[in-house]
Design a protein around this ligand. Structure first.
Ligand code: FAD
Length: 439
């Protein structure tokens, strides 16, 4: 099982039944940056923040920046198709991967994608790999697309009135022309109160908040855009005076703490990750509130509202029967509103029983065929993503077996990364090794 930073939230990087963990965190070099063609070639274990730091002198950045950007890796971001605060404008990791070199479960090496802006050469195997959670292959090198750093980035904190229609506010912001908006985030009153205690917060507890980012080509364009944004918000029924952070990253560092602050306050709890079409956001909010009332459990919400993506947090022991009921109800509510069971965190262990309901039997059959072709012995991240065989009435052909693992041991060409003195890392060998992996 490949593992990057180990920050994934649904058990993607945990071996539930033991096995071999291929820790790629030491494979962490930025190999090449092309400032003309806007790409960087990296090893899979490079931490998202380290890549961003390496790109800054080039005036470039890698737009997907999940809340875990200080610890999660590019290999892991690709493995889960992670999104960040600014995916309202830039989209998820999927949109920012150009090439992947990977080793499949068969031991074959594949090179997926090309370094071009567009391409029409049959079905896109690269995109099949993105979000595959380490179940099809292990990425050993990646080329990611880059964007120029905007000259000016303002963070904007907007207090919301007590009963806003969030769906209509978001639609109204999405239709604002030339807005420079790159992030539309939401904190409910409970999360905003918890974060308001941080030294850098510029709001008092009390109301729910929108957190926005406005990009611009300089201070005067930023100020024009902020004025238009204020008047658009007022028309949408949000008259409160926004607070502005000169440096948007200050705001995102604070926002990135939401999950941890809730964890510190309330301990382990149910934290979900769903997304619905923007037009159904208000319906989702009502459904989430109903679930909390029915189960008599406190709950908090934050998320990437601009994309209809929310993280409801229910304060209940995540291993309890109530938690199981809540999780099933939240996922079902999202699906019934035309949404998804996972906006950005992935499927892992926790959501595999729900996968078939979202994809349908035929699509699961196709996925099964792909999995079997890439990993016939079932050695790559067993127990993840694919629904348990018991739920489909037949054992999957990729079930890991002693024989499968032994065969794979002989085949896998991947070598353990070893540290080199310069601080980077280098693979010792790309040749097939008899004992590359140990159970
Ligand atoms: C505080 C916090 C905030 C978070 N915020 C966000 C957020 O805003 N948005 C978001 O999308 N997620 C978020 N997450 C979830 C998590 O950080 C992301 O899923 C992240 O992409 C995982 O990266 P990682 O390096 O930790 O990968 P890991 O957890 O190590 O692995 C994730 C998956 O990718 C696979 N994988 C890892 N490396 C490779 C490789 N080289 N080749 C093939 N497969 C591989 C693994 O097998 C596993 O299935 C957050 C998590 C935390 C703890």
């Amino acid at each position: 099982m490949p593992r990057g930073g180990g920050t994934s939230l649904d058990g993607e990087s945990v071996p539930p039944d033991g096995g071999v963990v291929v820790d790629l965190s030491a494979w962490s070099r930025v190999l090449e940056v092309d400032g003309d063609d806007l790409w960087a070639r990296v090893e899979p274990g490079v931490v998202n923040r380290d890549l961003q730091r390496a790109l800054l002198p080039h005036g470039l950045f890698f737009p997907p920046n999940p809340g875990s950007w200080t610890t999660s890796t590019i290999g892991g971001n690709v493995g889960t198709n992670a999104s960040g605060m600014r995916s309202f404008r830039y989209g998820p990791t999927r949109a920012w991967v150009r090439e992947v070199d990977a080793v499949l479960g068969t031991g074959d090496r594949v090179h997926l994608g090309r370094r071009v802006a567009k391409r029409s050469v049959g079905p896109d195997l690269l995109q099949l790999f993105v979000g595959s959670e380490g179940t099809l292959g292990i990425a050993t090198e990646l080329t990611v697309r880059l964007a120029p750093v905007p000259t000016t980035r303002r963070g904007v904190v907007v207090p919301l009135p007590s009963r806003p229609s969030l769906g209509s506010i978001v639609s109204s912001l999405a239709r604002l022309p030339d807005s420079g908006l790159s992030a539309v985030e939401y904190l409910d009153a409970g999360c905003a109160a918890a974060l308001s205690e941080a030294r850098t917060a510029r709001w008092r507890s009390g109301s729910a908040l929108l957190l926005l980012e406005v990009e611009a080509g300089g201070a005067s364009e930023a100020s024009r855009r902020l004025t238009r944004l204020r008047s658009r918000l007022a028309k949408a029924g949000v008259p409160g005076m926004p607070a502005v952070f000169e440096d948007a990253d200050e705001l995102w560092t604070l926002r990135g703490e939401s999950g941890n602050v809730l964890l510190e306050r309330y301990g382990y709890h149910v934290r979900e990750d769903v997304a619905v079409p923007v037009a159904r956001i208000d319906d989702l909010l009502r459904a989430l509130a109903r679930i909390a009332r029915r189960e008599r459990v406190p709950y908090f919400l934050f998320g990437h509202l601009g994309e209809g993506s929310l993280h409801p947090n229910y304060v209940v022991d995540p291993t309890s029967a109530v938690a199981q009921r809540i999780r099933a109800s939240v996922l079902s509510a999202s699906r019934s509103l035309g949404g998804t069971i996972s906006a950005e965190h992935g499927v892992g262990i926790l959501k595999r029983p729900f996968l078939a309901e979202e994809l349908g039997t035929s699509a699961i059959g196709l996925l099964t065929a792909v999995k079997t072709a890439c990993d016939p012995d079932g050695i790559l991240n067993p127990g993840k993503l694919y629904p348990p065989s018991s739920e489909r009435g037949r054992p999957p052909s990729w079930s890991p077996s002693a024989g499968g693992v032994a065969r794979a041991r002989r085949r896998l060409p991947i070598a353990r990364p070893t540290r080199v003195v310069s601080g980077g890392t280098r693979s010792t060998s790309a040749r097939p090794r008899r004992r590359a992996a140990r159970p």
